[in-house]
Design a protein around this ligand. Structure first.
Ligand SMILES: [Zn+2]
Length: 80
């Protein structure tokens, strides 16, 4: 597989896709209201999960997976 960049991953998330696999993520939680707007959780079959604020909308990684798009972590991994 070609080397992934943070931008690749962010582009996939923007499409509501898994940042690593590029597969569409499936809604895994009911819609609820958070800070006045609807939100749900979508996940890839690999377990990576993200918040979505509209169906098939841009996804925002939940805290546990935020390191996947962290420049600092990414840099360290790339050197290793
Ligand atoms: Zn995945």
């Amino acid at each position: 597989m070609a080397k992934q960049t943070i931008d690749d991953r962010l582009a996939r998330l923007q499409d509501g896709r898994c940042p690593i696999h590029g597969r569409a993520m499936t809604q895994v939680a009911p819609w609820r209201i958070e800070k006045g707007r609807p939100v749900t959780i979508a996940a890839c079959s690999c377990g990576i999960a993200a918040k979505e604020y509209e169906p098939f909308g841009p996804a925002e990684l939940v805290l546990a997976f935020r390191h996947l798009i962290s420049p600092a972590r990414f840099a360290r991994k790339a050197v290793a």
